[in-house]
Design a protein around this ligand. Structure first.
Ligand SMILES: *Cc1c(COP(=O)(O)O)cnc(C)c1O
Length: 379
């Protein structure tokens, strides 16, 4: 089955007492045993829940992985994934990952004896120089949040395999429709399914997809042991969102290409970060490893611009964190999504005050451009 068909049918079959076509929400904490030691496959919803299971199977199929796991949030998925490691282990991590990822690693996990090096992932030499005898994991985000940097997945896989490290990718920005890292050799895929997979800004949730049975068993052990799993209703919402993922991603990126061209030509704009632009430094790699360039972009206003007035100047774009929904969003990474990064760290990676991030929604592109035109007048 092709992607669009899988999105609708992979885990979902008419089911239950009434052959419901939409999979039911099994809103139950516990399941009756048929006899001592005998269940219908489910005993307690932290361990496994039927609605969650359908979602997990669907995401696994879409990513081409062995098994999927659904979590309460993207951060719950990441917290679970990083618990595959132990005190004394070291991680090489991208330097412009999501702000919450940086906070979890740099502020929380370091207190438990896990070490991190945050580096730009664009040079094999730089990555190899960061590897230590205790390096057990390499963690990348591509396209990255909020700078849309592109990491060469095959290069990362090659380095990871040669150095016996687990390779992990945050695939949130691309979604499995545009990028399938397991096919390129990545060990573990994590998602904030809050974003494109759900696609409607009405749930927070996360996922992990594994590439081997051994990793599946370890991730399931942690999901159950840590209690980081997704709720049945949230799982159902994500499952419903996934049915339209392919068609949404196509429209997101059609709109994004038009908006990026508009921004490039605008006199108030200094730089545009969108991997679909020919002069984006990661364009060729993105074209090779992605099926399209997605719906996220950021841009830098000229120095001395009135950033706050621009942010206030939108009517259609909502000033809000998050991304990947039907409605277009604008946000200021320095003060919002990436405020959990220290100021001097933000400056060194390029998250400056003039940087604005857009999540391009499913509206008509001309309306989005009119709204940008109006806001940029305030620059
Ligand atoms: C939002 C986001 C996360 C965190 O996910 P939550 O669902 O908000 O917990 C992780 N990585 C990326 C790239 C994100 O955009």
């Amino acid at each position: 089955m092709k992607f669009e068909t899988l999105s609708i049918h992979a885990g979902n079959r008419p089911e239950g007492a009434y052959n419901a076509v939409a999979y039911p929400i099994y809103q139950t904490s516990t399941f009756m045993f048929e006899d001592i030691g005998k269940t219908k496959g489910f005993d307690y919803s932290r361990t496994a829940n039927p609605t969650r299971k359908v979602l997990e199977d669907t995401i696994a199929r879409l990513e081409g992985g062995k098994a999927g796991f659904a979590f309460a949030t993207g951060m719950a998925a990441e917290a679970t994934a990083i618990h595959l490691l132990s005190a004394g282990d070291h991680v090489v991590c991208g330097d412009d990952v999501y702000g919450g990822t940086y906070r979890l690693f740099a502020d929380v996990m370091t207190r438990f004896g896990i070490e991190f090096s945050f580096i730009r992932m664009d040079s094999r030499q730089r990555i190899e120089d960061a590897i230590r005898p205790n390096t057990k994991m390499i963690w990348i985000e591509t396209p990255s949040n909020p700078l849309l940097n592109i990491v060469d997945i095959e290069m990362i896989v090659d380095i990871a395999k040669k150095n016996n490290m687990l390779s992990v990718i945050d695939n949130t920005f691309a979604s499995p429709y545009l990028q399938n890292p397991i096919a390129l050799g990545i060990d573990l895929v994590v998602h904030s399914t809050t974003k494109y997979l759900n696609g409607h800004c009405d749930v927070v949730s996360g996922a992990i997809v594994t590439s081997t049975d051994e990793l599946s068993a370890r991730v399931h052990y942690l999901q159950n042991g840590m209690g980081t799993c997704a709720a049945p209703f949230d799982s159902w919402l994500v499952l419903r969102g996934i049915e339209t993922l392919a068609i949404r991603m196509e429209k997101h990126q059609q709109n994004a290409a038009k908006v990026a061209d508009y921004l490039v030509a605008h006199p108030a704009v200094d730089k545009v970060f969108y991997p679909g632009l020919k002069d984006h430094p990661g364009h060729d790699i993105a074209a090779r490893q992605m099926k399209g360039f997605g719906g996220m972009m950021s841009f830098v206003l000229k120095k001395g611009s009135n950033v706050e007035e621009v942010l206030r100047g939108f009517d259609l774009f909502a000033l809000a964190e998050s991304l990947g929904g039907a409605a277009s969003l604008v946000e200021h990474p320095g003060g919002m999504s990436h405020a959990s990064m220290p100021e001097d760290y933000r400056q060194t990676v390029g998250i400056t005050n003039e940087l604005i991030r857009l999540s391009i929604g499913l509206e008509n592109a001309d309306d989005l451009i009119d709204d940008l035109k109006k806001a940029l007048k305030k620059a």
